[in-house]
Design a binder for this molecule. Structure first.
Ligand SMILES: [Zn+2]
Length: 146
Protein backbone atom coordinates (compact mmCIF):
# COMPACT_ATOMS: atom_id res chain seq x y z
CA UNK A 1 0.00 0.00 0.00
CA UNK A 2 1.02 3.53 -0.70
CA UNK A 3 1.59 5.48 2.48
CA UNK A 4 -0.40 8.36 1.04
CA UNK A 5 -3.91 8.54 -0.33
CA UNK A 6 -4.50 9.83 -3.83
CA UNK A 7 -4.83 13.47 -2.87
CA UNK A 8 -1.76 13.52 -0.67
CA UNK A 9 0.19 11.63 -3.31
CA UNK A 10 -0.41 14.22 -5.99
CA UNK A 11 0.45 16.93 -3.48
CA UNK A 12 3.75 15.22 -2.74
CA UNK A 13 4.45 14.66 -6.42
CA UNK A 14 3.78 18.28 -7.32
CA UNK A 15 6.31 19.33 -4.70
CA UNK A 16 8.87 17.00 -6.22
CA UNK A 17 8.22 18.62 -9.57
CA UNK A 18 8.45 22.19 -8.37
CA UNK A 19 10.83 24.46 -10.18
CA UNK A 20 13.45 26.66 -8.58
CA UNK A 21 14.46 24.11 -6.03
CA UNK A 22 17.31 25.20 -3.83
CA UNK A 23 20.18 23.27 -5.46
CA UNK A 24 19.00 24.51 -8.83
CA UNK A 25 19.25 28.08 -7.61
CA UNK A 26 22.69 27.39 -6.13
CA UNK A 27 23.82 26.03 -9.46
CA UNK A 28 22.52 29.07 -11.32
CA UNK A 29 24.20 31.43 -8.88
CA UNK A 30 27.49 29.58 -9.20
CA UNK A 31 27.32 29.79 -12.99
CA UNK A 32 26.47 33.48 -12.81
CA UNK A 33 29.41 34.12 -10.46
CA UNK A 34 31.65 32.51 -13.06
CA UNK A 35 30.43 34.98 -15.63
CA UNK A 36 27.94 32.83 -17.46
CA UNK A 37 24.82 34.56 -18.62
CA UNK A 38 21.69 32.55 -19.11
CA UNK A 39 17.97 32.57 -19.41
CA UNK A 40 15.78 30.33 -17.31
CA UNK A 41 12.72 28.23 -18.14
CA UNK A 42 12.83 29.27 -21.77
CA UNK A 43 9.29 28.62 -22.93
CA UNK A 44 10.05 29.10 -26.61
CA UNK A 45 12.36 26.11 -26.74
CA UNK A 46 11.20 22.48 -26.82
CA UNK A 47 10.97 21.05 -23.32
CA UNK A 48 11.35 24.46 -21.62
CA UNK A 49 15.00 24.00 -20.64
CA UNK A 50 15.78 25.08 -17.07
CA UNK A 51 18.91 27.00 -18.03
CA UNK A 52 19.73 28.36 -21.49
CA UNK A 53 23.22 29.59 -22.34
CA UNK A 54 22.71 31.35 -25.69
CA UNK A 55 26.39 32.15 -26.15
CA UNK A 56 27.23 28.46 -26.08
CA UNK A 57 24.07 27.39 -27.86
CA UNK A 58 23.59 25.08 -24.91
CA UNK A 59 20.62 24.18 -22.78
CA UNK A 60 20.72 22.57 -19.36
CA UNK A 61 17.91 20.40 -18.08
CA UNK A 62 17.65 19.66 -14.41
CA UNK A 63 15.51 16.56 -14.50
CA UNK A 64 13.45 15.21 -11.66
CA UNK A 65 14.31 11.52 -11.36
CA UNK A 66 10.72 10.54 -10.71
CA UNK A 67 9.13 12.49 -13.56
CA UNK A 68 11.80 11.71 -16.11
CA UNK A 69 12.34 8.14 -14.98
CA UNK A 70 16.05 8.26 -14.28
CA UNK A 71 17.37 4.79 -15.08
CA UNK A 72 18.62 2.74 -12.15
CA UNK A 73 17.83 5.52 -9.73
CA UNK A 74 16.07 4.94 -6.44
CA UNK A 75 13.94 8.04 -6.92
CA UNK A 76 12.55 6.73 -10.18
CA UNK A 77 10.05 4.37 -8.65
CA UNK A 78 6.48 3.67 -9.67
CA UNK A 79 3.98 4.41 -6.89
CA UNK A 80 2.16 1.34 -5.64
CA UNK A 81 -1.29 2.84 -5.98
CA UNK A 82 -2.72 3.97 -9.32
CA UNK A 83 0.14 2.10 -10.87
CA UNK A 84 -1.30 2.14 -14.38
CA UNK A 85 -1.84 5.88 -14.19
CA UNK A 86 1.76 6.50 -13.20
CA UNK A 87 3.19 4.10 -15.74
CA UNK A 88 1.22 5.85 -18.49
CA UNK A 89 2.19 9.26 -17.24
CA UNK A 90 5.87 8.51 -16.91
CA UNK A 91 6.01 6.68 -20.24
CA UNK A 92 4.42 9.74 -21.87
CA UNK A 93 6.96 11.99 -20.16
CA UNK A 94 9.84 9.90 -21.45
CA UNK A 95 8.45 9.95 -24.96
CA UNK A 96 8.03 13.72 -24.83
CA UNK A 97 11.55 14.17 -23.44
CA UNK A 98 12.99 12.16 -26.28
CA UNK A 99 11.09 14.17 -28.86
CA UNK A 100 12.16 17.47 -27.29
CA UNK A 101 15.80 16.41 -27.26
CA UNK A 102 15.55 15.44 -30.93
CA UNK A 103 14.03 18.82 -31.76
CA UNK A 104 16.67 20.72 -29.82
CA UNK A 105 19.46 18.74 -31.43
CA UNK A 106 18.08 19.40 -34.90
CA UNK A 107 17.92 23.11 -34.03
CA UNK A 108 21.64 22.96 -33.26
CA UNK A 109 21.43 23.12 -29.47
CA UNK A 110 23.82 21.26 -27.22
CA UNK A 111 22.17 19.55 -24.30
CA UNK A 112 23.41 18.98 -20.78
CA UNK A 113 21.23 16.91 -18.49
CA UNK A 114 21.63 17.05 -14.75
CA UNK A 115 19.66 14.65 -12.58
CA UNK A 116 17.93 15.70 -9.45
CA UNK A 117 19.60 12.94 -7.41
CA UNK A 118 22.99 14.40 -8.25
CA UNK A 119 22.06 17.87 -7.14
CA UNK A 120 19.33 17.70 -4.51
CA UNK A 121 21.53 17.25 -1.47
CA UNK A 122 24.28 19.57 -2.50
CA UNK A 123 25.15 22.65 -0.50
CA UNK A 124 26.82 25.71 -1.96
CA UNK A 125 30.26 24.20 -1.63
CA UNK A 126 29.19 20.89 -3.14
CA UNK A 127 27.85 22.49 -6.29
CA UNK A 128 31.43 23.19 -7.40
CA UNK A 129 32.16 19.80 -9.03
CA UNK A 130 28.94 20.12 -10.97
CA UNK A 131 29.86 23.59 -12.16
CA UNK A 132 33.32 22.33 -13.10
CA UNK A 133 31.77 19.56 -15.17
CA UNK A 134 29.50 22.03 -16.93
CA UNK A 135 32.42 24.38 -17.58
CA UNK A 136 34.40 21.51 -18.99
CA UNK A 137 31.64 20.61 -21.37
CA UNK A 138 31.18 24.22 -22.40
CA UNK A 139 34.87 24.82 -23.03
CA UNK A 140 34.99 21.74 -25.23
CA UNK A 141 31.99 23.04 -27.12
CA UNK A 142 33.30 26.56 -27.48
CA UNK A 143 36.30 25.25 -29.39
CA UNK A 144 33.93 24.31 -32.14
CA UNK A 145 32.61 27.88 -32.28
CA UNK A 146 35.98 29.56 -32.61
ZN1 LIG B 1 18.25 9.99 -10.19
Amino acid sequence: MDIWDKKKRSEVMSKIRSKNTKPEILLRKALFAKGYRYRINEKKLPGKPDIVLPKYKTVIFINGCFWHNHENCKYAYIPKTNTDFWINKITANKKRDKLNLQKLTSMGWNIITIWECDIRHRSKRDVTPLVDAIENTLSNLSKTFE
